[in-house]
Design a protein around this ligand. Structure first.
Ligand code: AMP
Length: 191
């Protein structure tokens, strides 16, 4: 099962991904987590991306595509992959399709977490107060939302055109969202 969790920053992709890891043994591939780990380690890559991430902008396609390529290689044989925060541009989506096609696979489902922007800003302001993540500060978050609408939202017609996108109400409580996610996954398995 190759699943993309799709939606703007703060929509709850990470939370739902972690639940699928616990419940189904899928491997979560979060480019945001990978980049934060690189940043925290002080590696050369981490130093290169730190300022871009803190500002809320997207790092280059080449960097995240390579991270995903390596992670797929390291986790060969996993029962499923959850792509969380990747792809975020058309070039990334095309690269992912090509990587999977080379393994005789493809994306099975794109779950779109649908959220209300005003509620999202309130959610992230709270996360910033609780966790202090630099790119959750209101200025950076606005840039992240803009990056989403300019660079990532164009993926909606891309995946709709492939008949792979299913919408889920991301504003419902977490358990209700998980139930919708499970129903959508079971729908794919019956196809
Ligand atoms: P996230 O935790 O997924 O919101 O990612 C945090 C930050 O990491 C983003 O605001 C970007 O700076 C960077 N990032 C994560 N994933 C990607 C991606 N697929 N393409 C470009 N930048 C990314």
């Amino acid at each position: 099962m190759n699943l993309i969790l799709f939606g703007p920053p703060g929509a709850g992709k990470g939370t739902q991904a972690k639940r699928l890891v616990d419940g189904r043994g899928y491997v979560q591939l979060s480019t945001g987590d990978m980049l934060r780990a690189a940043k925290a380690s002080g590696s050369e890559l981490g130093q290169r991306v730190a300022a871009i991430m803190d500002a809320g902008a997207l790092v280059s396609d080449a960097i995240v595509i390579e991270l995903i390529e390596d992670a797929l290689e390291k986790n060969r044989g996993a029962p499923g992959f959850i792509f969380d925060g990747f792809p975020r541009t058309l070039a990334q989506a095309e690269a992912l399709d090509a990587m999977l096609a080379a393994k005789g696979q493809g994306i099975d489902l794109v779950l779109r977490l649908e959220v209300d922007e005003a509620a999202l800003i309130a959610r992230i302001t709270k996360r910033f107060e609780e966790q202090g993540r630099a790119d959750d500060n209101p200025d950076a978050f606005k840039i992240r939302l803009k990056a989403y609408s300019d660079q990532t939202a164009p993926l909606v017609p891309y995946y709709q055109g492939q008949g792979k996108m299913v919408g889920v109400d991301g504003m419902a409580d977490m358990d209700a969202v998980s139930a919708s996610v499970a129903a959508a996954l079971d729908g794919v398995r019956k196809r």
